[in-house]
Write a protein that binds this ligand. Structure first.
Ligand SMILES: [Zn+2]
Ligand SMILES: [Zn+2]
Length: 259
């Protein structure tokens, strides 16, 4: 038993060490690389996207589902999946589609210690925000299970949100705390995700939340189950509205990440 604990703690330490090492590597060797394909590119404007990836990224253009932000045909207001689902957030907006071009970057940012990606990514979010229909006065992020955050050393959603707030000069608050360690959402169906996540958060800093229009930042929106539960808890605690703002949105019929 003792040996088992020892190994686990060594494993955690090694994970943290690897994350730190990658952060240093990113800081020293890759600041002039495209964050999507990691090839060298002109980064003088702080964007860190090469022309090739710029062409390949499927940005959410002018026509998207008014509820979840998914790209849809010109004749529709809501996507098929939103016609059948109700969410507790008011609406969601995202920058681009989660696909083979954008997924590797998000996975590196999330799991592999590429923490510094927060800077170009927050800049992209901020540019989108300036021209969007989003109404918000305060920013928060989806909290990670404490054990997982300790293991990884950072919560990418919070890192992104703080960087975004610095650019937009908006206040940031932690409004949610994780109360349950859940089964990883990635392996579950949409219905199972909603059941699995229910009761996993509690509201904190309630005084600052009262009557506020909250911007909830996360990396990927998949089925919306986690974001919806976060919104439900914040609204119950007094928030006036909750808008979900993510880097990427999966296609409604393509599930494979955590959110
Ligand atoms: Zn590229
Ligand atoms: Zn939709």
């Amino acid at each position: 038993m003792r040996r088992c604990n020892y190994n686990k703690s060594m494993g955690e330490k090694f994970e943290k060490f690897k994350t730190k090492l990658r952060s240093v590597g990113e800081f020293l060797f890759e600041p002039h690389c495209c964050i999507f394909c990691r090839r060298e590119c002109d980064t003088t404007n702080g964007r860190r996207i090469c022309p090739r990836c710029e062409e390949l990224i499927r940005y959410n253009g002018e026509h998207f589902c008014l509820k979840c932000g998914n790209r849809i045909g010109l004749d529709y207001e809501y996507c098929v999946s939103c016609q059948a689902t109700s969410y507790d957030f008011d609406y969601a907006r995202s920058l681009f589609l989660y696909d083979e071009v954008t997924a590797p970057m998000i996975l590196n940012f999330k799991y592999n210690g590429y923490r510094d990606y927060k800077k170009p990514l927050a800049k992209m979010l901020s540019t989108y925000y300036d021209t969007s229909d989003i109404v918000a006065s305060v920013v928060t992020s989806v909290p990670m299970p404490k054990k997982r955050e300790k293991q990884r050393g950072y919560n990418q959603a919070k890192e992104l949100a703080l960087e975004f707030c610095a650019l937009q000069n908006m206040p940031y608050f932690d409004f949610l705390e994780r109360t349950k360690e859940n089964v990883k959402q990635a392996t579950l169906s949409a219905k199972e995700r909603r059941e699995n996540i229910r009761g996993s958060f509690k509201a904190i800093n309630k005084a600052a939340l009262k009557n506020k229009d909250v911007l909830l930042i996360d990396d990927v929106l998949t089925t919306g189950a986690t974001a919806s539960e976060c919104a439900r808890v914040m609204k119950e605690a007094g928030a006036r509205s909750v808008v979900v703002f993510t880097l990427a949105k999966t296609d409604s019929n393509r599930i494979g990440t955590e959110a």
